[in-house]
Design a protein around this ligand. Structure first.
Ligand SMILES: [Zn+2]
Length: 568
């Protein structure tokens, strides 16, 4: 190989790094239209901090209404349709020729051709919940085609469209606002709180060896200036912030946070893209202990053990700042939204060791978890098994036992992996065991059903939530009552038939319904406890109809409702 050959790649590499933003992909700007034909107002942004995950799309407000036409953002082919009780509810995935897939969730219903395609499958499988992957090219979509109507299905707490753009190959979700969709936003992010963290063993911040809040004030030029921080050892910073756009009060997520020290960038992350495989590491970005106590999410500008997030575009010294006595440091934190509206916070730091305040140590319990190793505990009422790397950190775990109840630490430590809780139920009569299940007690001591694996006299559940677990008994079958009709009524002009179903303790596991012995599709909306049959499905061929609905709870208690009505 001669030298001339080697110089070209080195030179072009150099030019590339100068001419392009590092790590920033090129996104097609004028290829995709908006999925709705109303002005885009957001109830949620990409990367927004949610429970155990980053939001993987944008939530578009639909004017408190359902049924708005949802358009394909470009021509393509349907690659997936999913109907689930939770998550995205009714959702459709469309792959486009340019390598991106668009996703539309919480839909009320699909466009007629797609609706009849999926209903056929629901009737074949006798199930409301279905997931299908049509062959490439089976359901082609043209640009501007209405593919669905917006709704509120699945884990949605108000009418809106959840919209994503993913890479078709890697399935990584990308920020949908990088493709030129128009959202009015001249509003700056809002900075709520600043915290300083002593990180090394010998570190202190304003005499404290624990995290403390730092006050700041807005300056005339719009920047924020924090009170001077006196520190020694290695320290870090974290902020509590949100962003809103112009046309709504929703508190959405910011796009990027950059921290620099004396002009050098120590950490920079943004929400251009992330992978579903890393999304749970959000619990290493936020101060989880603080979140458990106050339900506020502090985003840390430094890395802690176990953080495997790929959102960092620049990182130096893990974003941690070693402070030397006698020196001063100018820490600058820039918070941006996607439209480049920027909040600048200056934190002056002076290296100075002071008489430390007396602060109680972390409570030492008799059990110390070494995160890298598996850990096994017998608590009498139950055994708890943590596989290796369930946790990010080593810590003293607090374990308490009562009759049929164990308390596994508290909600201020995140678990990354599932661990198991196993109860011995030998004390219960075999008949009783059938109605028994493992429940997690929430902070109001309400029992929530956990999927319970029963094998002889041992009941096991898998979970990623620390807290209280108990055995609970459910002997009461579900309740079923009609919502919009009475027995022996004529229902000629009715479009729907609906019922209310509920279960007190273990919750509803399954339901099925027939008309004159034929299975019918009843859509279930757990949020309103409603089952709905659409008369358009045309199962009826006689005037007198016998309806039968069977509902079963999670421990097998079952109830059957029958009624008759007339229809011509
Ligand atoms: Zn969403």
């Amino acid at each position: 190989m001669n030298l001339a050959h080697m110089r070209i790649p080195i030179l072009s590499l150099f030019l590339l790094s100068v001419l392009s933003v590092p790590g920033q992909e090129k996104y097609p700007l004028n290829t995709f239209r908006s999925p709705l034909d109303i002005p885009l107002v957001l109830a949620g942004t990409f990367g927004e901090l949610r429970s155990n995950h980053f939001h993987s799309g944008i939530d578009i407000k639909t004017q408190q209404r359902q049924g708005l036409p949802v358009y394909a953002i470009a021509e393509g082919t349907v690659t997936r349709i999913k109907i689930g009780l939770w998550g995205y509810g009714k959702a459709i995935y469309i792959a486009h020729p340019n390598g991106y897939t668009s996703v539309y969730g919480h839909l009320q219903k699909f466009a007629p051709e797609i609706e009849s395609f999926i209903k056929k499958i629901q009737y074949e499988k006798k199930s409301y919940e279905v997931e299908v992957f049509p062959d490439y090219g089976d359901i082609n979509i043209s640009k501007d085609q209405v593919v669905a109507y917006s709704g509120n299905t699945g884990g949605s707490s108000g009418p809106h469209l959840h919209f994503e753009i993913r890479s078709s190959i890697s399935e990584k979700p990308t920020n949908p606002l990088l493709y030129g969709l128009e959202v009015r936003d001249a509003t700056n992010p809002t900075l709520l709180d600043l915290y300083a963290y002593p990180l090394s063993e010998d570190a202190q911040v304003n005499r404290s060896s624990k995290k403390i809040q730092i006050k700041f004030n807005k300056q005339k030029d719009g920047t924020y200036l924090a009170e001077k921080v006196y520190a020694a050892g290695t320290i870090g910073f974290g902020i509590n912030t949100y962003d809103r756009q112009d046309l709504a009060a929703n508190k959405n997520g910011i796009y990027s946070i950059q921290q620099s020290v004396n002009g050098k960038i120590y950490s920079y992350f943004n929400f251009e893209s992330f992978s579903f495989g890393e999304t749970r590491y959000i619990n290493t970005l936020i101060d989880y202990d603080h979140f458990g106590k106050y339900k506020e999410r502090i985003q840390r500008c430094f890395l802690t053990p176990g953080n495997r997030l790929g959102i960092y575009k620049q990182i130096y010294n893990d974003g941690q700042i070693p402070v030397r006595e006698g020196l001063t440091y100018n820490v600058e934190i820039l918070i941006k939204d996607l439209h480049n509206n920027t909040v600048k916070l200056i934190v002056p730091v002076e290296g100075k060791r002071q008489q430390p305040m007396v602060i109680e140590d972390e409570e030492k319990t008799e059990h110390f978890i070494i995160a890298k190793q598996p850990n096994n505990y017998d608590l009498g009422a139950a055994k708890v098994y943590f596989p290796a790397n369930t946790f990010y950190n080593d810590f003293y775990i607090d374990l308490k036992k009562g009759k049929d109840t164990v308390v596994i630490h508290n909600n201020r430590v995140p678990a990354h992996k599932n661990f198991t809780v196993t109860f011995d139920v030998a004390n219960y009569a075999p008949e009783e065991r059938k109605k028994l299940f493992i429940a997690r007690l929430d902070n109001k001591n309400k029992a929530n059903y956990m999927t319970t694996f029963k094998r002889g006299t041992t009941f096991t559940t898998r979970t990623r939530s620390l807290g209280a677990y108990t055995l609970a008994l459910d002997t009461i079958p579900p309740n079923i009552r009609p919502k919009n009709f009475k027995a022996r009524q004529w229902l000629n002009n009715y479009r729907y038939l609906s019922l209310i179903i509920s279960d007190d303790l273990s919750g509803i596991d399954s339901y099925s319904a027939t008309l004159n012995g034929e299975w019918i599709l009843m859509e279930y909306e757990p949020k309103t406890k409603t089952l709905t049959y659409n008369f358009d499905d045309n199962i009826l061929n006689q005037t007198q109809c016998e309806l039968k609905v069977i509902v079963t709870d999670n421990v097998g208690n079952s109830n059957t409702f029958t009624s008759s009505f007339y229809r011509k």
